[in-house]
Design a protein around this ligand. Structure first.
Ligand SMILES: [Zn+2]
Length: 81
C-alpha cells in the first residue's frame, strides 16, 4: 500500500502567471484552462478562478510556498495535505 506523500513542485517555479503575467508569490495553480486557452499552465489565483475554478487530478492542483522555500502541493492532487 502506498501512503500519501508530500508532493513538491520539482521544476523551476514560474515567476509570473502565464496568463496575466502578475508575479507568483505564495501560491500558484497548475491548471488546465478552459476556453479560450484550452492548455495547461501555471497561473495565479485570479486566473485560476477565471479560467478553471476546479481542483482535481487532470484538472488543477494548488501549490503553496513551503517554509523550506519550495512549493508544496496543497490541493487537487494525490498528495498529503
Ligand atoms: Zn494570472
Amino acid at each position: 500500500m502506498s501512503e500519501k506523500q508530500e508532493i513538491f513542485w520539482l521544476t523551476p517555479v514560474p515567476k509570473h502567471c502565464q496568463v496575466c503575467r502578475s508575479p507568483i508569490d505564495k501560491v500558484f495553480y497548475d491548471a488546465h484552462l478552459k476556453f479560450p486557452y484550452n492548455i495547461s499552465a501555471e497561473v495565479c489565483s485570479i486566473c485560476f478562478k477565471k479560467y478553471c475554478n476546479a481542483l482535481g487530478i487532470g484538472i488543477a492542483q494548488e501549490y503553496t510556498k513551503h517554509s523550506n522555500g519550495n512549493f508544496k502541493q496543497t490541493a487537487g492532487g494525490s498528495g498529503k495535505y
